[in-house]
Design a protein around this ligand. Sequence first.
Ligand code: ADP
Length: 715
Amino acid sequence: MKATPLRSTGDYLGAIGRPGVCLAAVAMLLLVLAVGDATQTLPLPTTLATPLAALAALILLYALAITTAASRRRWEAAEQAQRQAQESRQQLIETIEAIPMGLGLYDRDGRLVLFNSRLAEVNPEIYTPDLIGLHYADIIERLVQWRPIERGDREEIRQLLTERFRVQAPGNVQATPDGRFIESNEIHTPSGYVATCRVDITALKRREQQLEASEARHRHVVESMLDAVFTTDAKGVSYVSPAAERVLGLAPEKIIGVSPIELFHPDDVPTIIQALRTARRNPDAIQALRIRAGGRVPTGHWLDLRFKTTGKPDANGHYQMIGVVRDIDAQVQMEQAQRDDMLKLRSIVESSGALIALVNSRQRIVLANRSFMEAVGKPLEHVIGQRYVDVVDCGADAMALAAWLAGGQHASFAFDQVLQSGGQRRVVRVSASHVHDDDRDINYSLFLGVDETDRRSAEVRALDAARLATLGEMATGIAHEINQPLTVVQFGVDALAADLEDGLHKDDPEGFAEDALRHVARVRNQAQRAAAIVRRLQGFARKGDDVAQPFDVTEAIAGAADLVSEQMRLARITVDLDLPAGLPQVHGHANRLQQVVINLLINARDAINEARAKDGGKIVQERVDIRARHDAADTTLVIEIGDSGPGIPEHVLPRLFESFFTTKPKGKGTGLGLSISSEILREMHGTISAANRPQGGALFRLSLPARAADLHAAA
Ligand code: ADP
């Protein structure tokens, strides 16, 4: 709506007073005419009483009334106008106060007419009430003086502010000494006024600064990445980070605007096109490709390209893309080298005759070679991913193996495994050891099985032969040993028969019955003793099994001592056994340990007899002490066999366990007893050593891993 132009007060007065003045003028004219006409004949007072004068007077009165009424109306109109003006001014002031910015108004002369409290808040020290009416040049001076700025800059700012008052300029932002940011605008109004506006944009500026800092951080991150980050638009690559030079072999400025397809190897273009299609169909899904560089710069380096669409498609259906390119050439080369190494390793693993299985830290088989598969007789899918103990029957060793796998304290673990392969029973010696990483954590456990069936059979045959030789040596003694109970039986039966023949029962049936029962009891006892000797003999002579078993040491030692007890008795040697109860079991073959004990007893007897022969056949009762003990942790069992013989000459000691070493006369000694004993102990993961006792006589010490410990070191 167009505003009505405001009229001046003079206009109003002219408009209102004009009819009254005209009427007064007419009345004055009539009065002059009346006076002029009557003065010639009548005296003046009479003249005034003429009709013309009366008319003039009436008109004058009317004019006076009109003028008075008009004056009142004018006065009322002026009052209303003043009220309206005040209201308008008040509204203007309120409006100016309500504006959310500092506002000041300068008149055409450049003097400050008003300013709102927000402007005062922006600069409370400058904008005080006495500023009203001041010229802008003075106000600028105050501003310049107030600002903590260099003298040279002051003049510059003075000119700048003055210029902004003269000519309208775009707003500028200034920081105040108290750290705020104020945007200033000087707006020149059409009526020649200048409105000065001040907006506190500190919060905005802070956000802007934060945004800039965050942008700078992001840019820094992107630009310091070893991977090249890029974006594309319809024209090609729109941004690429500096790493492009390293990754793609091209400076970023040479890539901008280029189609991404041109940056990669021609052979990989179909792959990229396919991925681009997929990316368009699946916005936001990340496409990952392994391709080669080699578009403009044919480096042929392997790259990992990951990208996705971003935003909305343009009018032509073009999506913007954002992506990362990583140089993975070294990684690919390494993978290739690893594959080659794996192939080599695989061929070694496959071609070795050993059974190989690799178990991971979760105790699952991750690798098994053909020999292993053939031995267990299961297809690969029933082996890989399974627990070793579920694939292979580990028998008595299963629990110990599980403890070893779980605990991992021991470096290695060995056990025998019996496998049925192609209808044949095979004995495999398995050594398991942990494979550690750099931090000494267990990554894998390697199970290496060696088929020992043939070696064990040969060994068993050798040991059997040796044992039979021992048996042969013991034959006289054993025959004597069995003869003894038989003799007693003979005597008992003869006595009973004689009593019957003599008819003793006739006169004294009760005494006869008592005697007869005593004879029968003795016969039974001796028959049982003979049976026990035969049983032990059978046990000792039994052909060995090639698989070790846990067995009771006390029983084995006592049985061995019993077998040669008669020979020792005849040789006037007391065998004293000190075998405490509760000895832990050991793992191996009972009759082989017996063979060792018998060898040691016979050697002691021979040494004692030899010494007696040298001594002129003087015979005193000698002794052999067999003691066994175990350590507190039940991990080792020690058996000591000491004799009261001449001891072992110093020069003999180092050669004692050599095969075929003997000091006995030809035909008597074979020199194999101690070497076989040593082999038996080694097989049981134990040791044998010899020394001389301080009081005289030889002392042999056997040390064996106790079964209670459940673990035994690998051979
Ligand atoms: P062989 O009994 O056939 O001689 P061994 O290997 O059993 O073979 O014994 C080797 C040698 O060790 C014996 O010839 C003997 O010299 C010595 N020897 C073994 N045991 C004793 C012992 N208790 N006291 C003294 N010497 C011993």
